[in-house]
Design a protein around this ligand. Structure first.
Ligand code: SF4
Ligand code: SF4
Length: 253
């Protein structure tokens, strides 16, 4: 019986052939992520999203640090499931964006003699799009949207072709060099299926991140949706993100 590794190499070679139909025919049905079927957890009863209150984020980076620890994300820069960006809008109209090491150690004070109109922090992560381009391009069904609305990667099926990484307009994915498979935020799926909060939400000292049910009227996320004017990143792309931002400045991209 072929190992996962052999199967992956076989599929990757097939992918390089001109006839992708051959590949699709060997892929079989969409994989089922184990947690979706976990005992005591009914994915059909949930539909998740996250709210981010930009005016509450202080750029401490505890969310990015907690995510790395919780999800065994490589420590080196460039490997992040979530990160924090700082925007500085200057009086002359220039806008700078920085995110040193994903903001994991916080941000040092900006050194500038120029007039600063405003400065703020924007946490980012996979938007768990309802219309996800990453899912559309995956040739083997390894990236998929779960019943509870979370976009996941089944590493047993991922062949590391990077199509999803290129297709994601939010830069939310990377290739894990250890497994040679695509990786990204899962909303801490292993935690939320046990009724826990994602690690980034749990550690945030200002409750800037609000995780919860998108459809249950009494959920904290729905409350936030009622109280605030929420926006998504790059709405013109029609990806229908489920990460919603309040107080989002027009300069954010
Ligand atoms: Fe896919 Fe990127 Fe959307 Fe996440 S943000 S669901 S990785 S397209
Ligand atoms: Fe912002 Fe909360 Fe993350 Fe700190 S932990 S950077 S306040 S979102």
């Amino acid at each position: 019986m072929a190992t996962t590794c052999e199967r992956r190499e076989f599929l990757l070679k097939l992918l390089q052939l001109p006839c992708s139909a051959v590949l699709l025919s060997v892929c079989g049905p969409l994989p089922l992520f184990a947690d979706e079927k976990k005992e005591g957890y009914d994915a059909g009863e949930h539909y998740y999203g996250m709210g981010i209150q930009v005016d509450k984020c202080i750029g401490c980076g505890r969310c990015a640090e907690a995510c790395k620890a919780e999800n065994d994300v490589l420590r080196q820069p460039y490997y992040f499931r979530t990160w924090v960006e700082r925007y500085v809008v200057y009086g002359d109209g220039e806008v700078t964006v920085d995110s040193p090491e994903g903001g994991i150690h916080g941000f040092s004070a900006a050194q500038s003699d120029r007039e600063v109109l405003r400065s703020f922090f924007v946490p980012k992560l996979c938007n768990h799009c309802d219309n996800p381009p990453c899912v559309q391009v995956c040739p083997v069904g390894a990236t998929f949207k779960s019943v509870d609305g979370v976009v996941l990667v089944d590493k047993d099926y991922c062949i590391g072709c990077r199509y999803c990484i290129q297709a994601c307009p939010y830069g939310a994915r990377y290739l894990d060099p250890r497994t040679k498979t695509a990786d990204k935020c899962t909303f801490c799926y292993h935690r939320i299926t046990k009724g826990l909060l994602p690690a980034c939400v749990e550690v945030c000292p200002t409750q800037a991140r609000v995780f919860g049910e998108l459809k249950a009227m009494s959920s904290p996320l729905r409350r936030l949706m009622r109280m605030s004017n929420l926006q998504v990143l790059k709405p013109y792309l029609n990806t229908e993100p489920k990460v919603l931002y309040s107080e989002l400045d027009r300069e954010v991209r």
